[in-house]
Write a protein that binds this ligand. Structure first.
Ligand SMILES: [Zn+2]
Length: 385
């Protein structure tokens, strides 16, 4: 915000603050404000029509009372059996990651030891938090939408303020249970998978392992790898910024992540807009290794060692279909352009093609030949973790 304020002429900063305040509450005000806010977003993202009222209201409840909503959500959609299967998946991925660390030829034994310690110290949060947030100070009144939002926002502010001077609460969640997301928090060395993402196409308690390891397995592998991406690698097993690498190993690690930057810089969308390799390197590293680790873990399962076809496809082929399926996204050109310039994740198609070009088993599963779009020479394929 400071840089923005500097660009506003002296004396006008109060106008800027008021404008900012109005714009952050515009969606909760009367129609002219909602419409103006939509027009602005339309220019940025290409969104053609406003969201239906039902969706707007559901998001508002999730934004402001998300842990109360989450409590209801997990009761309906997240059985204990799903939590148990998910934990088994995460544990298998962790084992697969550890095996891959053992086999790395660029890392010394002492750094490997530290990497394994960090890997097995990761806290796994699955589904929903152990204790629920308290909203008893929020006042909800029928027909008072704006006031309800202000009351919930004030409650959120107080919640954050109450943390001041207290020890870090390691049980805290930074996403609501019903959100479709997953994250790695390097400050606590934890990975978090809310119930919202533990549904199809990512995870299906009734589906075969090929689909689940290619789907949520890749996401788990991705989050585990953040522990060791360009930023995560700077934190130790307790979440403190601490160098646990030998200088030589760190140098080699940086050289491989540079290969990731160079490769993704070549990828384009909308004909000529290049993916920003440096901006997306952490996410791309997590994608490449995420697929590799998920595949190794899948091969530990009964189906992963089998060749029985389903619908004409081998288990390994179905694994790759599932990787591709979780990144199926439809977006406007405007939004894609905005994404490539601002988001640290590569656009969805490169979250599939990028990692698979660097996965040897993909070549054999689909008989990929030199000269084809997905082909990279063997010595150009990147292996990090
Ligand atoms: Zn990520």
């Amino acid at each position: 915000m400071n840089t923005l304020l500097k660009s506003v002429p002296l004396g006008d900063w109060k106008i800027y603050l008021k404008a900012n305040y109005i714009s952050s509450y515009a969606d909760y005000l009367s129609k002219p404000f909602v419409d103006a806010s939509f027009e602005y977003n339309k220019a940025l993202t290409g969104q053609a029509v406003q969201k239906p009222r039902g969706e707007v209201m559901t998001s508002a409840v999730d934004n402001y009372l998300g842990y109360a909503l989450g409590q209801l959500y997990v009761k309906l959609y997240f059985p204990e059996s799903a939590k148990a299967r998910m934990l088994e998946l995460v544990n298998n991925l962790q084992k697969a990651f550890s095996n891959r660390i053992d086999q790395l030829n660029w890392m010394s034994d002492s750094t490997k030891q530290k990497a394994r310690e960090k890997l097995f110290a990761i806290t796994k949060k699955i589904g929903y938090p152990d204790k629920w947030r308290d909203y008893s100070h929020v006042t909800i009144v029928r027909n008072k939408y704006f006031e309800n939002v202000v009351s919930a926002a004030a409650n959120n502010f107080q919640y954050k303020l109450a943390k001041l001077g207290k020890p870090v609460d390691k049980t805290e969640w930074f996403t609501t249970p019903s959100t479709v997301t997953a994250y790695n928090n390097p400050y606590a060395n934890e990975i978090v998978f809310p119930a919202g993402i533990l549904q199809s196409p990512y995870f299906d308690n009734n589906a075969d392992d090929a689909l689940n390891y290619g789907g949520i397995g890749m996401v788990i592998g991705h989050e585990l790898t953040h522990t060791f991406d360009d930023q995560g690698a700077q934190f130790d097993k307790d979440g403190n910024v601490k160098n646990w690498w030998t200088p030589k190993d760190y140098e080699k690690f940086k050289a491989i992540t540079q290969q990731v930057i160079d490769l993704y810089n070549k990828f384009t969308v909308l004909d000529s807009i290049h993916v920003k390799g440096a901006l997306t390197v952490g996410e791309n590293t997590a994608d490449i290794s995420g697929v590799a680790v998920a595949l190794d873990a899948f091969k530990m399962t009964e189906q992963g060692q089998d060749t029985t076809r389903i619908g004409g496809f081998t288990p390994i082929q179905r694994f790759f279909f599932s990787v591709a399926r979780i990144w199926r996204v439809k977006m406007k050109d405007e939004y894609l352009r905005y994404w490539v310039n601002n988001d640290p994740h590569s656009p969805p198609m490169w979250r599939v093609n990028g990692p698979l070009m660097n996965t040897p088993a993909f070549y054999s599963a689909f008989n990929v030949k030199p000269g084809e779009m997905m082909y990279l020479d063997n010595d150009k394929q990147i292996k990090i973790w």
